[in-house]
Design a protein around this ligand. Structure first.
Ligand code: XUL
Length: 509
């Protein structure tokens, strides 16, 4: 029997989950909310705005302070000496800039003082730009121009040059503060930074999080020399190595043994991004299953066998921690659009559900607000249709449109999806879930666990440490709610998809 710890460093909190691989149970969970528990950082939601338009930062010392609080709490709940291995997850794209003192300091931490007190002199940039920062449009264009266009960036890295991705962020830093950039010895991602602190040495970036940098050549999973050169001078010397997510990063730093009672043999596996970890924690490790998260925006992610990119560049491709690749596709017309539909007819959610359970032959283009996938502005025609409509069945037409758009814009992956795991607020709505089952012609499951990134990290620790196959790990830890499974009704999904494509073509003609 062994226990495994999964960490999740997200925008607003640092969370932990300890699982038991014999019983398949979660035996301990905790979370430190940055805004509430570390108010001295003046970051109520975990981030601060920069002085320039679009800049958003987090303080990595806040993350370290949260780690001290979190481990102390975990120690009071369970014997950390029983943890056999640790793995972790970080918000994607965030970069941490460290000077030459980091490597020796992190390796000889003084357990009488906090992590921040130990490491405070090791940052060459005090704040980390995070995934919400969209201030790097100029740098994205420069990188794309320098390698021969955005299609080359897409072809190489799996995504167009994207403002929040680490490469454009690094370029902006190198341009605006070249001295601090030169004083930077190592640039970590949030995930590899935390992993380095936990092991006491500079650890690798995994292929899952590495692919969110616009710097990794997807097909070989190595740093891409052209992208590195287009991004910043001498960048290769500042980046950790890349490695697969099941690689061992090391054993636990003695700081955590002395201070929190971990066993000095405790293994640490390379951390990854929160989306790759969530793929695992939702049971999507293997191709054929997609995870659809219904939130303010809707997100679709799924394991992929091959490193194909979305030819339109709407979706992203990351490494799948279980091997191979994964897609991540964001749709802005998610719950905001569903709320607009509900509000137009002054319905409560029960009446909304009733309205979408009636079938209809028509469908609508769902873009009531500007969309990312595809990149289109809010459709005035769709807004007018909704405005003029007096029959609530139009709600169903829009919801079908949302998921036909998702089906259409995930076709590039070339994977047959026959199983969908639904998460997020709206996933509890049975009628929405049934429409997804019908449109994707797939069975639907909904999970009991909400922190899928921490669970995914813990499952990765268990899988790598015990060298068990993913089907066995999934059968232990992925627990669909027994009464929440759905199967598709008879529905002409290829006919509806054709209809959607024609509407879309007419809209963009
Ligand atoms: C993915 C992305 C976000 C962050 C959130 O590209 O930017 O999902 O990973 O933590």
């Amino acid at each position: 029997m062994a226990k495994y710890l999964g960490l999740d460093l997200s925008t607003q909190s640092l969370s932990a989950m300890i699982i038991d691989d014999l019983s398949g149970d979660i035996i301990c969970e905790d979370s430190v909310n940055f805004g509430q528990e570390l108010p001295g950082y003046n970051a109520p939601s975990g981030f601060v705005n920069g002085s320039n338009e679009g800049e958003i930062f987090s303080d990595p010392r806040m993350w370290l302070d949260a780690a001290n609080i979190l481990f102390e709490r975990l120690q009071s709940k369970t014997a950390l000496s029983q943890v056999a291995a640790i793995c972790g997850s970080g918000q994607q794209h965030a970069t941490v800039y460290l000077n030459s003192k980091f490597e020796s300091t992190v390796n000889s931490l003084d357990s009488r003082i906090s992590l921040t007190e130990n490491l405070t002199d090791c940052f060459s940039r005090s704040l980390s730009p995070i995934w919400m920062d969209n201030s790097t449009t100029v740098e994205c264009n420069e990188i794309a121009d320098s390698v021969g266009g955005n299609n080359t960036v897409l072809d190489k890295s799996g995504s167009f040059a994207i403002e929040r991705f680490s490469g454009p962020q690094i370029r902006k830093f190198a341009k605006t503060d070249s001295e601090a950039y030169e004083n930077t010895s190592t640039i970590h991602l949030a995930s590899s930074f935390l992993c380095s602190v936990i092991t006491g040495e500079n650890t690798s970036i995994d292929h899952g999080d590495g692919a969110g940098m616009n710097l990794m050549y997807l097909k070989t999973r190595n740093w891409d020399v052209d992208l590195l050169n287009a991004t910043a001078p001498n960048l290769i010397s500042k980046l950790p190595a890349l490695s697969s997510a099941d690689s061992k990063a090391g054993t636990i730093n003695s700081y955590f043994v002395e201070k929190f009672g971990f066993n000095s043999d405790c293994s640490v596996y390379v951390f990854s991004g929160d989306n790759p970890n969530s793929l695992i924690g939702c049971g999507g490790a293997l191709p054929g299953t997609a995870v659809i998260s219904l939130g303010t925006s809707d997100t679709f992610f799924a394991a992929m066998s091959n490193p194909v990119s979305d030819p339109n560049g709407f979706g992203h491709v990351f490494g799948n921690p279980a091997g191979g690749f994964m897609s991540l596709i964001c749709f802005r017309n998610g719950s905001l659009t569903r709320e607009k539909l509900k509000d137009k007819f002054n319905l409560d959610w029960d009446a909304f559900s009733k309205a979408i359970s009636q079938t209809t032959d028509d469908i609508q283009l769902p873009w009531l607000i500007d969309e990312l996938t595809p990149r289109v502005s809010a459709s005035q025609a769709s807004i007018d249709i909704l405005e003029k409509s007096t029959d609530g069945k139009v709600i169903r037409e829009f919801i079908e449109g949302q998921f036909l758009n998702m089906l259409y814009h995930s076709e590039w992956m070339g994977e047959k999806i026959d199983h969908v795991i639904l998460t997020g607020g709206a996933s509890q709505n049975n009628e929405i879930a049934q429409i997804i089952a019908d449109v994707f012609n797939a069975n639907i499951d909904r999970l009991e666990v909400s922190n899928s990134a921490a669970l995914g990290a813990a499952m990765r620790a268990a899988q790598a440490h015990s060298e068990t196959d993913w089907n066995t790990i999934n059968s232990k830890f992925i627990k669909p709610a027994a009464d929440k499974s759905l199967t598709p009704n008879s529905y002409d999904n290829s006919g509806k998809l054709e209809l959607f494509k024609n509407l879309f073509k007419a809209h963009t003609a």
